[in-house]
Design a protein around this ligand. Structure first.
Ligand code: DON
Length: 411
């Protein structure tokens, strides 16, 4: 059986192909050369399964999406107290390159705006770290999060450094207030190199999924972050990731997210999923236009709004094969996690066996869970296999497979 999730993602991507609103960023000359038609999405579950559609393996510079991950590295390197002394956690309500400093402390308001992100970059590794060490820390740390070696786009970096007047001004101002120590141009260069690391939407989704698990990279199984650091980063993304649009985004879409001027976006839902999108045309706020629309669709279709509570916590799925029948047993609440687990089990099960889906221990099936279970059974049947349902509690009433047929029922 082929999982329906990539088909759904393809459909969502295709529906947006003709939407050409927005403009490619041009304040960095090299970014203006990007192919505006690129469109891709990736979704990685906390179990480490990645689903992609569109331009999933096209590289682009991470830009401001580096900010939450560099913040995570600084928290790991220097501890919460030191980082908090230098950079606050309040939304600024202003554009990404404003000089938003707190009145009393003169700290940048948060690590998502440039003033905060430049300060965070300067905190990496330790007090006496060299510029090269800080850059390598961000590159190697992002690589561990992504599960592959990432590299810097030297052309984009050089192009941005030639036009980095605003960031240099911010950094000099921070230095004058005693927030930033050391060689100001070297810090801005290091921050720009961090922004020039190349990623794909696949990378971004895995990086975000590492936040979603509370710090365990879900593919390699490596603990990369402390759970408290992952929580702090997700919370700051929710509060300030979308700059002056953060409140509206959280209410409307409800997925803590961060955008970059190259057209990437990353989103995360704790214990559920990491999402990466890419489309270079930006809206007037500087966020990827189609990226935002992809997030809206996912939030709506897949019930992904952070505050859309459904009372679900428990999920489990397991499969056993005996006498030509693969029995998949689910427990507790069936939503995204349990349903994708079930689909994975079906996908990898012996295709010569019939399938029995046992819901005896399930007490709730969410709307998404129901659609995924039924679609899984429909596809099993399309593969020429028997599809049998055991539902003594009646948690899946009227199990129409969508084509007018029903699975066979057993006691
Ligand atoms: O600091 C800059 O200008 C860029 N390197 C990154 C800005 C960015 O991606 C803003 N995001 N939406």
């Amino acid at each position: 059986m082929r999982s329906p999730v990539p088909d759904y993602l393809e459909e969502v991507v295709d529906a947006l192909r003709e939407d050409r609103r927005g403009e490619v960023a041009d304040y960095v000359p090299e970014l203006a050369a990007a192919d505006p038609e690129r469109l891709g999405i990736a979704l990685t579950t906390t179990q480490g399964r990645t689903y992609v559609a569109g331009d999933a393996d096209v590289e682009f510079t991470i830009q401001s999406i580096s900010k939450p991950f560099a913040y995570a590295a600084a928290l790991m390197d220097r501890g919460t107290r030191t980082v908090l002394d230098a950079v606050g956690v309040e939304p600024s309500g202003e554009a990404f390159n404003e000089l938003s400093l707190e009145q009393d402390t003169r700290r940048p308001k948060n690590p998502m705006i440039n003033a905060g992100a430049i300060t965070v970059h300067a905190l990496l590794v330790g007090e006496d770290a060299s510029s090269a060490e800080r850059v390598e820390r961000s590159r190697s740390f992002f690589s561990r999060l992504a599960g592959r070696e990432l590299r810097i786009d030297e052309e984009v970096c050089a192009s941005e450094l030639g036009a980095a007047h605003r960031n240099l001004a911010l950094a000099h101002m921070l230095h004058s207030y005693g927030i930033l120590d050391g060689d100001v141009p070297a810090v801005v260069e290091g921050y720009t190199r961090q922004c020039s690391i190349l990623v794909t939407v696949r990378d971004l989704s895995v990086m975000a999924a590492t936040l979603a698990t509370g710090g365990i990279q879900p593919v390699t199984g490596e603990r990369v972050l402390d759970a408290g650091v992952a929580r702090r980063v997700m919370a700051v993304m929710a509060a300030a990731g979308m700059y002056d649009g953060a409140g509206d985004w959280l209410v409307r879409v409800g997925i803590p997210a961060k955008s970059g001027v190259a057209g990437g976006m990353v989103g995360v839902l704790p214990d559920l999923v990491g999402i990466g999108t890419f489309s270079p045309r930006l809206d007037p706020q500087g966020n990827s236009h189609r990226g935002g629309r992809l997030f809206e669709r996912l939030s709506e279709d897949m019930g992904m709004h952070l505050f859309a509570a459904d009372g679900s916590r428990l999920d489990a799925a397991r499969a056993t094969t005996v006498d030509g029948t693969t029995t998949v047993t689910l427990e507790g609440v069936v939503q995204l996690t349990a349903a994708t687990e079930m689909l994975d089990l079906l996908e990898t099960s012996d295709p010569t066996t019939d399938v029995l889906l046992d819901l005896e221990k399930v007490h709730t099936v969410t709307d998404l869970g129901r659609r995924m279970l039924l679609e899984g059974l429909r596809r099993v049947r399309l593969d020429g296999r028997g599809a049998v349902l055991r539902d003594p509690r009646g948690v899946l009433p009227a199990p129409d497979l969508g084509d007018g047929s029903f699975p066979d029922l057993v006691e």
